[in-house]
Design a binder for this molecule. Structure first.
Ligand code: CP
Length: 323
């Protein structure tokens, strides 16, 4: 890591909100990693609790289903001694027609200091930003961004690799509908990785290969063997059937035949390549059960990293005092 030992977190950390990784500096990403390491130490103690967010109130509001993100944010906030309130849209007044902004203003009136939100519409947290005073954390918006997933993925890779400089990271599967892929491209390229995106042509968004100035340079291919060749990290994405317009894939069987990560294909990657998946996994569709649970898989570690990384982000947003 490049952070100078004398640098104070408040000199590096510039964020009031976490909406995506595109506006994170490399120093901020390194600070999140360093802070997450400190949180991992807290999580290794018999009593996994520190008073850092005592007196603060964290609301999580999910307009879309979640297991990992919602559960780990709740645990993260509780481990930091915050008061935590969890809403799902189905079990709140959203189901009676309350708008996004009214809902956020209501939870602020109830005392929210930090709001963690997931929404099926890309850009929803950006739309909400002018209307909220609380710190806002994007827990996934439509196809757009999932910044905390990218940071926990980076934390997981760092458990096995000291640096990402020059590593080949291949992201394979449903790139088009993946907020995880977009946030990971920002995060991994800022840390020096060579990122390869691989999917059937209909699951690749247009305008990726350096043709737009505002998106980092990545390699794009429909050839899975080329993508896997000597890869240091293989990140497999879920086939997002719920977000697909009909007709985008000829058939599930063809996708499995051409793009499923199985043991034979994994053999093209580096011998010690890490196998990752943000979850939830469709076993035997984008990845075989044997590979998902095999010796190279760090999928469970990704889930565990989620708690430490989300603790780090809540801690930094709250001012980073008294751990
Ligand atoms: N990776 C991820 O966002 O999982 P959940 O949908 O379970 O939160």
């Amino acid at each position: 890591m490049d952070i100078e030992a004398s640098a104070k977190p408040q000199d590096i950390w510039q964020h009031r909100h976490v909406l995506d990784i595109d506006d994170f500096s490399r120093g901020e990403i390194e600070l999140v990693m360093q802070t997450a390491n400190a949180m991992s130490e807290v999580l290794s103690r018999p009593i996994k609790k520190v008073p850092a967010l005592r007196g603060k109130c964290v609301f999580t509001i999910f307009w879309e289903v979640s297991t990992r993100t919602r559960g780990s944010f709740e645990l993260a906030a509780k481990n930091l001694s915050a008061d935590v309130v969890n809403f799902t849209a189905q079990a709140s007044s959203v189901s009676k027609g309350e708008s996004l902004i009214d809902t956020l203003n209501t939870v602020e009136a109830l005392g929210a200091d930090i709001i963690v939100m997931r929404h099926p519409i890309s850009g929803a947290p950006y739309h909400a930003l002018p209307y909220v005073k609380a710190n806002l954390v994007n827990a996934g918006d439509g196809w757009h961004a999932h910044p905390t997933q990218a940071l926990l993925d980076l934390h997981t890779i760092h458990r096995h690799r000291a640096s990402l400089e020059g590593l080949k990271v291949s992201i394979i599967g449903d790139i088009k509908h993946s907020r995880v892929a977009r946030s990971n491209v920002w995060c991994l390229t800022k840390m020096g990785a060579h990122v390869v995106l691989c999917a059937p042509a209909t699951l690749l968004p247009s305008g990726l290969e350096g043709s737009c100035d505002h998106f980092p340079r990545v390699e794009v291919t429909t050839d899975i063997t080329e993508a896997l060749k000597d890869a240091d990290v293989v990140m497999v994405l879920r086939l997002q059937k719920e977000r697909m317009a009909s007709g985008i894939l000829p058939s599930l069987r063809e996708f499995i035949g051409g793009y499923q990560l199985n043991a034979a294909r994994l053999a093209f990657a580096a011998k010690d390549a890490l196998v990752m998946h943000p979850g939830p996994v469709n076993e035997e569709i984008e990845i075989t059960r044997a590979v998902a649970h095999g010796p190279q898989s760090v999928i469970r570690e990704q889930v565990a990293s989620g708690v430490a990384v989300r603790m780090a982000l809540l801690y930094l947003l709250a001012g980073g005092k008294e751990l």
